[in-house]
Design a binder for this molecule. Structure first.
Ligand code: HEC
Ligand code: HEC
Length: 289
């Protein structure tokens, strides 16, 4: 009979965990919080997926579909990604939603087109991707039918090979973590000049010069490499952080959209520091702006 207690113990412990399960509840919360930070901070999905008025983003319709990108050769509508069943992503499984975000493939196998920055989201770690999915699931479902995008260019069948697993560098590894953050924030999509074929010229990473027309006129992305004359080389860390998180340039002038300053205001100090450390480490490029 001495084996009886030993056999009972695990079952008793298991049923206790099943009833209370504090670990699972708190890890869900942690995941949603992390997702909320990423989406409303550095990753700024809402900068495209939430409509903004003169007073900023309309959070009563958070992620319910947003901007229209009417730029030859396409007219793309940022989709409704709230968990609404008919007009949002309510019917998608977590795995399907994750694949859509990191690989750009919808459950029906079609490709999510530009300007959603999928090539950068391929770097999202499994953990951060799960956090983003968990947060999207937690926002209020909004019924909003968004028109279908049209692309007058052939889209490739995929953005790359299927992704199995990605891990993020440790935040203690300042430079590598800064690079990770700058990548998933797709800073370099806007700040890297385009080659003639329309693809970013990564040999001139961060040199700027892309034009963004909008209600604000035309803004031109700046040189964010450490070049002393035309980049951020002579700027202090504080000045760079103020530009990113407050949208105020070194000379005190207010920077124009479409950079998501309102979202970047939520980036934590350690994360901003890591991003600045990384920007200081990339090769300097000279530019005319
Ligand atoms: C630069 C703008 C931009 C950013 C930033 C962006 N998206 Fe998108 N997204 C779009 C556009 C435009 C589409 C529609 C593309 C199409 O119709 O093929 C889209 C489509 C999607 C879809 C497909 C929905 C459907 O029903 O087909 C999902 C899911 C999605 N985005 C999630 C996200 C998430 C999550 C983030 C942040 C991690 C994000 N997006 C950031 C522009 C953006
Ligand atoms: C959607 C495009 C876009 C994205 C994404 C973007 N930027 Fe920008 N950024 C711009 C534009 C355009 C300007 C210039 C605005 C102006 O001239 O008023 C700018 C300005 C800046 C400036 C100010 C430089 C100066 O000389 O005043 C810094 C610093 C900067 N961006 C860094 C970043 C970082 C870091 C990220 C990622 C967290 C980022 N940007 C993401 C488009 C973008």
């Amino acid at each position: 009979m001495t084996s009886c207690p030993r056999m009972l113990l695990p079952a008793a412990v298991a049923s206790l965990l099943f009833v209370i399960d504090p670990a699972a509840a708190s890890s869900d919360d942690t995941l949603i919080k992390r997702g909320e930070y990423l989406i409303n901070g550095p990753v700024a999905c809402g900068n495209c997926h939430t409509l903004a008025g003169p007073d900023g983003p309309d959070f009563s319709r958070e992620l319910a579909g947003g901007l229209v990108f009417d730029v030859e050769p396409f007219k793309a509508y940022a989709a409704n990604i709230t968990p609404d069943n008919g007009t949002g992503i309510g019917a998608w499984s977590d795995a399907e939603l994750a694949k859509a975000i990191r690989e750009g493939l919808r459950p029906d196998g079609t490709l999510i087109g530009p300007p959603m920055p999928i090539p950068f989201y391929r770097a999202l770690s499994d953990q951060d991707l799960a956090a983003i999915v968990a947060y999207i699931r937690s926002v209020a479902p909004v019924k909003n039918e968004v028109p279908t995008s049209s692309y007058n260019i052939p889209l490739p069948p995929a953005y790359g090979p299927p992704i199995d697993s990605v891990s993020a560098p440790s935040p203690d590894d300042h430079l590598a973590y800064g690079e990770y953050l700058v990548t998933i924030s797709h800073c370099m999509e806007c700040h890297t000049p385009l080659k003639e074929d329309g693809h970013p010229d990564f040999e001139r990473l961060g040199a700027g010069g892309n034009e963004f027309p909008g209600p604000w006129g035309v803004s031109v992305s700046r040189n964010i490499t450490p070049d002393k004359e035309t980049g951020l080389g002579e700027w202090s860390d504080e000045e760079i952080k103020t530009a990113i998180a407050k949208g105020v340039s070194r000379d005190g002038s207010h920077l124009l959209p479409p950079m998501g300053f309102g979202y970047y205001a939520n980036i934590t100090e350690p994360d901003l520091n890591a991003m600045v450390a990384y920007l200081r480490s990339i090769p300097p490029q000279t530019s005319e702006h």
